[in-house]
Design a protein around this ligand. Structure first.
Ligand code: ATP
Length: 340
């Protein structure tokens, strides 16, 4: 009798750790929220011998976000949901997948993961959505695999994936130099309120840089941005009116040259009451700085009514970079995947 009780007890004890072990080897999916960026100042130098342009850029992370979920699987790949999802590659051209491969190699792991992207950041909109997904994937995967990896190591991997990826990790407001990947945090005393106007079609970033080189080589080159210092002072003061006078983007002339309708969008936003409007990065998304949150809602409503753009969103910044979401939405079921 004693023996059979002992036998039952041992069986039970063996069963419990087995279940625990299964739970331990199949970790829960991890979801990360990651922001879009707007460039408050984007000074583009001449084309370097390595094919890149020297940049001085002040980034601000906005409350326009993507969600990246990573889950362990035997059928690796990428699934994309949300606006413009159909135009995002799901194979190894996807920056999120490249982030999986980079971290897997760094950590000596098999890339046996499914990546689910929920796009809130406009695709090919000049707001670095692909870079955001890469940054989100690095953070999510480090969590899924419980890697003992510092933020600095992740930033090193991020820089290898693309020049906007380190900022998406970092968030806030930052000054970027080089190709934009060497970052220094910038002091800001204020939440700034923005309206973001999305265009019907994206613009290719390389095409916009080529157009800028063409404009600079021929005819009357567009005026170049001046020193970044006054803008940094305006950010520290927290005064949106002062900041509005100093926003600038050397790529704007090239984006407008390729998409002349942007001129109308920029005018419409200012006519609607924004303090200033500019093309975000390589465009075609336009970002309008407003005096406060109420003004942003009014400008957004009026701009939407004019019908010059596809969608209008209200946003604020700065917001933090890639962060784990504590109460994520359920992960959609696996789809037949384009294997990465
Ligand atoms: P960039 O960061 O080059 O300035 P962007 O901000 O204008 O680009 P993105 O949304 O990053 O625009 O998309 C640029 C292109 O990158 C898209 O046309 C798409 O084909 C490709 N791409 C690769 N991975 C992704 C991703 N995860 N999300 C969106 N686009 C991606």
């Amino acid at each position: 009798m004693r023996n059979s009780v002992l036998a039952r007890k041992l069986t039970h004890e063996r069963a419990a750790p087995t279940l625990g072990a299964v739970l331990a080897v199949v970790p829960q999916p991890v979801t990360v929220r990651v922001p879009a960026k707007v460039n408050l100042h984007l000074a583009v130098g001449d084309l370097r011998l390595d094919g890149y342009h020297e940049l001085v850029s002040v980034f601000q992370a906005l409350s326009v976000t993507d969600e990246v979920t990573v889950a362990a699987t035997d059928a690796p790949g990428v699934q994309v949901y949300g606006e413009g999802a159909g135009t995002v590659p799901t194979d190894r051209r996807n920056l999120a997948w490249r982030a999986v491969l980079a971290l897997a190699e760094h950590a000596g792991r098999r890339p046996a993961v499914r990546v689910v992207l929920r796009k809130g950041i406009p695709v090919a909109g000049g707001m670095a959505g692909g870079s955001a997904d890469a940054a989100g994937t690095l953070v999510a995967l480090a969590g899924l695999w419980r890697l003992d990896i510092s933020r600095e190591e992740l930033a090193g991997l991020a820089a290898g994936l693309g020049s906007d990826v380190p900022f998406a990790l970092h968030g806030g407001t930052a000054l970027g130099t080089g190709r934009g990947e060497s970052l220094v945090p910038v002091l800001t005393r204020h939440t700034f309120h923005w309206v973001v106007a999305l265009d019907h079609r994206g613009l290719s970033t390389p095409d916009v840089y080529r157009e800028l080189d063409r404009l600079r080589a021929h005819g009357s080159p567009p005026q170049r941005l001046g020193d970044v210092e006054p803008l940094l002072e305006a950010l520290a003061s927290g005064n949106p009116r002062q900041l509005a006078l100093l926003l600038g983007n050397d790529l704007q002339a090239a984006s407008v040259s390729l998409r002349p309708a942007l001129r109308r969008t920029l005018r419409a936003g200012v006519d609607a009451g924004a303090l200033a409007g500019m093309v975000s990065g390589s465009g075609p998304t336009c970002a309008f700085l407003c005096v406060d949150g109420d003004a942003a809602v009014r400008v957004a409503a009026e701009l939407a009514g004019v019908g010059v753009c596809r969608t209008v969103r209200v946003a604020s910044g700065p917001v933090p970079g890639a962060r784990v979401v504590e109460d994520p939405r359920p992960v959609p079921p696996p789809e037949p995947l384009a294997h990465a």
